[in-house]
Ligand binder design. Structure first.
Ligand code: SF4
Ligand code: SF4
Length: 179
């Protein structure tokens, strides 16, 4: 497969969250079939293509107008994140856990509230100390795209960057498939 070397075609991004959720639902069968086809492709080459496309998409979407991941997802910080957040808020780690965290049904510590308690006016109020999961979301430029395609197929319901990246990827690799 030829890597992306030329500028990407102009693409109309969908940013309306309700529309994205509805389209993701309608396209779920096609997305699944596409994901199965992706598994037959070169993973390293695919990571590079996805990195280029997702960078273009992320540059065209304003996360401060969206913040949907902070509203819709439950964050599970690890112990380093908790330590960092407690420090940031000048709290003892134990007090932080009591105030903001609970155990979920799998026994993992997660933030009690959804939307995230640190989301203020659509912005992260602990941005410099935000958990690693938040820094990496929606994980498109972190490699292992094919191995983690199941996570991408979930994220397209929530995240405009994930949704539009997948649309552009399908458009580039399987332009003949009607979605
Ligand atoms: S990462 Fe995705 S869901 Fe989160 S704010 Fe940005 S576009 Fe929205
Ligand atoms: S910690 Fe910040 S980036 Fe992470 S979910 Fe909360 S508001 Fe969003």
């Amino acid at each position: 497969m030829e890597a992306l070397t030329s500028p990407l075609e102009p693409f109309n991004f969908v940013t309306d969250l309700k529309k994205i959720e509805s389209l993701a639902q309608k396209k779920s069968r096609t997305h699944f079939e596409f994901s199965q086809w992706l598994k037959t492709q070169d993973p390293i080459e695919m990571d590079e293509i996805v990195r280029q496309i997702s960078t273009t998409v992320a540059a065209g979407i304003d996360c401060t107008q969206c913040a949907n991941c902070c509203k819709a997802l439950v964050v599970a910080p690890d112990y380093r994140d908790v330590h960092e957040l407690a420090n940031h808020l000048e709290m003892q780690t134990l007090d932080f856990k009591k105030k903001y965290m609970k155990k979920d049904t799998d026994g993992d510590f997660v933030f009690k509230q959804k939307p995230c308690p640190f989301l203020k006016s659509n912005r992260c109020s602990v941005y410099k100390s935000r958990p690693q999961l938040c820094r990496n979301y929606p994980y498109l430029d972190k490699g292992n795209f094919i191995a983690t395609i199941g996570r991408v197929l979930s994220n397209v319901f929530v995240c405009p960057i994930a949704f539009n990246t997948l649309e552009m990827l399908k458009n580039k690799l399987q332009p003949h498939v009607i979605t």
